[in-house]
Design a protein around this ligand. Structure first.
Ligand code: SIN
Length: 303
């Protein structure tokens, strides 16, 4: 086997990892190097890896517990619930329900009480051009804020809402109702400390409705600023896919967006596994964010 090489791809994030055949699994020293590279570069790209669903799950398992996609139980691989098919290929003659997955900046599963720790996405088919994915470094986004704003945000919580997934309202009404029931709005800290690097980061996204204790009209301008700031070009790595690329990203310190920058009549077919994150957050009981004390009592009453 050739030597494992880690090569940076972007200033904000991204490194390629070559010299591995992931079908054969990882030895302990290789895994340790991959984990160290992941901590440093946040997004790793493994080119030329032709894995099947089971091999992809086995690879993902090296990094933690693999999520079974129960919060969004559609478009899983029929034989492997751990694999979500992010595809624009029709199924049973109907348009794919995941053809527009990830069209606004987000961290996977932040609308649940176990926001994904990481995700692993493999490209099986791609359009001739485009279909890129962009990643934003949320350490950099936090570090670049003024001390005043950091201080303001440091102990805030924000409400993550599944209905802010772009295109959510175009889903089948019964599915919308089911997804909202499974995933009520949930508050998470706005500033988190990464458990492995000890660095502070901003945990917001386009799927945040408001800050806890602040009405939407007060929250919106601040959130709009933070989202724009966090996804500034200098904090972003843009990945242009090749077939058999595997890209893994750390959802705790990055946001990502899947761009619709391609001819939608051409297939784009991806397999995604996610890693279960630590329990986090508390459910918000009604549409308007209540004050933090009330929200905490509410979750205490239901749990
Ligand atoms: C996702 O948001 O997890 C999917 C990203 C992509 O399809 O590029």
């Amino acid at each position: 086997m050739s030597e494992l090489v880690v090569r940076p791809l972007g200033y904000a994030a991204g490194a390629s990892v070559t010299g591995l055949d992931l079908r054969k699994g990882l030895q302990a020293d290789q895994l340790a190097r991959v984990k160290a590279a992941w901590r440093e570069h946040l997004v790793l790209v493994f080119p030329d890896q032709d894995l099947d669903a089971e091999q992809l799950i086995a690879f993902t398992r090296n990094f933690g517990e693999v999520e079974r996609n129960d919060s969004v139980p559609y478009y899983r691989d029929p034989n492997h619930p751990e694999v979500l098919l992010v595809t624009n290929k029709p199924r049973d003659g109907k348009p794919s329900q995941t053809r527009n997955t990830g069209r606004n900046w987000h961290s996977d599963l932040s609308y649940t009480n176990r926001p994904a720790m990481g995700s692993v996405l493999m490209c099986k088919e791609k359009p001739p051009v485009g279909g890129d994915t962009m990643f934003a470094n949320m350490y950099m986004a936090y570090d670049a804020l003024s001390d005043r704003l950091k201080h303001f945000l440091d102990d805030m919580h924000a409400v993550h809402d599944i209905s802010l997934i772009k295109g959510f309202e175009r889903r089948d009404p019964a599915q919308i109702a089911e997804l909202k029931k499974r995933n009520p709005p949930i508050a998470h800290p706005v500033v988190r400390t990464h458990p492995e690097t000890g660095r502070k980061l901003l945990f917001i996204s386009d799927r945040v409705r408001a800050f806890v204790g602040m009405p939407e009209e007060e929250s919106r301008p601040i959130l709009d600023f933070l989202n724009r700031h966090a996804t500034s070009p200098e904090f972003v790595y843009r990945h242009r896919w090749s077939v058999n690329d595997i890209v893994m990203w750390d959802n705790r310190c990055t946001l990502h967006i899947a761009l619709p920058d391609f001819d939608q009549t051409k297939p784009r077919h991806m397999m995604r596994c996610s890693l279960l994150g630590e329990p986090s957050g508390y459910v918000i009981q009604d549409e308007s964010p209540m004050d933090e004390q009330a929200a905490r009592s509410a979750i205490a009453a239901v749990s």
